[in-house]
Design a protein around this ligand. Sequence first.
Ligand code: ZN
Length: 454
Amino acid sequence: MPSSRIIKSVFTLFVIAIGFVPPVLAEGQRLIIEDVTLIDGKGNPPRTHMSIVIEGSRIVDILHGSAKNIKADQRIAGRGKYLMPGLIDAHIHLKGAYPETIDGQTVMAGDREVGIKTLHGFLYSGVTSVYDSGNAPDYIFGLRRDERAGKITAPHIFASGAIVTYPGSHGSQFGGVLIDDWPEAKSTLDDYLARKPDLMKLTYEERGWGARPMIPLLPLDLMQKAIAYANDQGVRTTVHASNEYRARQALSVGIDNLSHPVIVGPITDEFARTLAAKQIPMVTTLTIGERYSRLAEHPEYLDQALYQATLTPDEIKKMKTETRKEYQERVWTWWMKIMTPIAQDNIRKVHEAGGILVLGSDQSSGPSSHRELELIVASGIPPLEAIRIGTLNAARFLGKDRDMGSIEIGKIADMVLLDADPTVDINNAKAISAVFKSGVRIDRSRLDLPVNHK
Ligand SMILES: [Zn+2]
């Protein structure tokens, strides 16, 4: 092997080992994507022969026709290709967290290597932002800090850290932040808010559905005080609720958005109209429930390219055998199979009423984010609308729509270049030619993923 190639291999190994891929476009440089079909993420029909000019991390111009007269440090031919905003998965729980017992106390820790590989899988799949809706705080906030400092290659990370809940309620095991009285809860919330969560995540759940027993519920007046306390400090709030009644109550005490659709039964038209009138974003989270029967009945989905690229052969083998058998035997699997179409009807009703749906898989992988897109479209929502749900609407959910979520002048250049039109078939959102985060083209061949270790 010539020495230059050895040096290159060593460098590649080093790059993979530390999980850092150097940016291709330096700060202030100009990149132009020429003559592309533009899908802006705002729900506008695709526009052909468009040129997009990016300087540093931002989009500075969008023009019809050629940009040959504009100087550029880098040009990408877009003819025959489609450019859409990077996907935003607005409900994940990043893989890698585990409970650890220290001095008899159970706390949550996280395996950074697992986390970084998972984040690489998101980028590889065209997901340029993720919102983690509850995790081990030190783990996820550490990764968020490193992502923002440019120390790791990852999508933009938004996170809540821990989940705020009531003793014994949903999310209280493994490191939930427990509140049970006011004003005593203030100091607990002060510690929580000091970590600068991008959203405060609450749960409002008594279960008693889907073969699950009843559990204690966060008192409504306590939730109201917690929401006001966070809002007063400029922090928006989101809640896990699973039925219409609890979701309505959460709305009545000022929650800013909903982390799940209603899944335990059909919603009323009035609820759909209320969400639309109040413009309360609601995350779709269909994948988390549908994945059980999917694996039980259609394990061949794992043969698709994105799964093969991001999962190891051992992981795939285990899913097709052990995990599949386990899912087939679970009551939950078949309950969720019946409830998923009901949740799909519910999200379609909200969408048709003019509400803001938001893509969120409640899973932890790039392919799962694409599955969510597929399930949104299977609900009867056109692909063009599903793209908005996975881009601009998700940015709105995060309160970041001034900066991201669409391809518009002034916005951060988070984009995916595709070889086929996702507005005619949502599966084409997987025909990825290039991924850009903050104006930087991600070198997908250098990401720490099984596809690059073959
Ligand atoms: Zn969740």
